[in-house]
Design a protein around this ligand. Sequence first.
Ligand code: ADP
Ligand code: 5SP
Length: 500
Amino acid sequence: MYFLGIDSGTQSTKAIVLDLESGKILASGHNAYDLIEGLPPGHLEQHPQDWLNAVEASVKQCLEKLGADRAKIAGIGVSGQQHGLVALGADDKPVRPAKLWCDTSTQAQCAEMAHEFGGHPGIIALAGNAMLPGYTIPKLLWMKQNEPENFAKTTSILLPHDYINFWLSGVKRMEYGDASGMGILNVNTRQWCYEICDYIDPRVRSMLPELGSSRSVHGRLRPELAKAWGLGDNVIISAGGGDNMMGAIGTGNIKPGVVTASFGTSGTLYGVAAAPVVDGQGEVAAFCDSTDQWLPLVCTMNVTVVTEQVREMYGWDLKQLEAAVASAPVGAEGVMFLPYLNGERTPNLPNGTGVLHGLRPTNMTPANIARAAVEGATLGLAYGLKRFRDLGMNPTEVRLTGGGSKSPVWRQIVADCFNAEVVTLSTSEGAALGGAIQAAFAQANEGGAEKVSYEQLCAKLVALDESTRCKPNAENAAKYTLQLERQMELTGRLQQTGWL
Ligand SMILES: Nc1ncnc2c1ncn2[C@@H]1O[C@H](COP(=O)(O)OP(=O)(O)O)[C@@H](O)[C@H]1O
Ligand SMILES: O=C(CO)[C@@H](O)[C@H](O)COP(=O)(O)O
């Protein structure tokens, strides 16, 4: 039996076909897209139709490679960028483009809601999470206040992966993992916080679809799509989840003790927990995972955003970028790059901008700027790891996934900044693999006692690539400890003076 895993990311969609028997990835597909251009700073949006087109294109690439064997596909699992707001009208069409996880235009709405519910402590007591601009529900309040005609037309809301699931199956439903990033799920009880919903508008309750377990089957592939793609008539769609929740499954992060770091458009650090992990400072998000456990997570908004920008500025390809980073010494001869190009979530700087600090005539080289960009983005996540350690999670090994983890020089920088061993998986597409594994789990266990566990599936299907293992270099780790202090101190001071 084969399972299709789809990861709809911020920059592209990736699809893979997993053979359950051999554990091999038999085919993969990829399709890129852009953000909508020309919007004011802080407004980051995409057309949901672009995601559907990319899903279709990347799935078709896989199916072409499989040929007649495509009939062996028994299930599909979808991973999607978290938090985006897809607002649908009565005709089930988006009433406007989706506002994304990296859209920071909703600061006023976050402040208003925090004020209403007793500040960050009050909101954290209600839902487990602070109200941050990246999350979904402030986007809905923003729409009510700024586009009342679109709000009036909205009859239901979905997250990006839910919208893809809806297109695949015709069923609107949410699962706990991705729903926990909306800002209205009480992560302790896994129930909606109706106080917050009602504050936004009494109609919000009716906009929410059914909410349920991430372990169940979401629906079946629509007959029209099954026919068009040449698939069988009983292909299940699993519950799916946010890309970090699915990345957790695909990196074998299904029981406490494992920590994964993802280097994609965003940077994330997460580890499964058997109970909610609530951070009083609201920096470590208290999310649910997509196996009905919990997923404390730190997210920074500027990872490959920054490296891509530097690469484009110098007209380099990825190899040239890597060579430049490798040619500069640890610490980039004093050049520091505060990477907040799109604003930032951790630390919470919705209006943040990038800062280059420490430039001298002798160190102002493309190589140092490239190295400083990688170091700045990685130290942002090292701060997250420090917060994990504050909360009692102290990994000796971190599993890496996402596009940036393909770079050997970057991996060593991560090991040194984290002062922990790092290793990648046999595929860098952890979220897509997680989708395929979740689909295999849901298909095997549908409607009865559990026949196959996540432990069994991950033991068989998730493999570390030992050739990528990097140990921290003690001397470099010590330098990066100081570098992190400088980065956070500089950030704090600029924030205090209103420059960030
Ligand atoms: N060898 C590499 N070195 C540095 N960055 C890389 C490398 N390979 C891929 N990337 C980066 O990874 C990014 C894609 O990562 P991905 O995890 O797929 O992002 P997302 O899921 O957010 O769309 C690319 O834009 C590219 O910048
Ligand atoms: O907002 C978060 C996590 O809370 C991001 O991690 C998004 O889920 C986007 O992910 P990528 O496209 O970078 O994978």
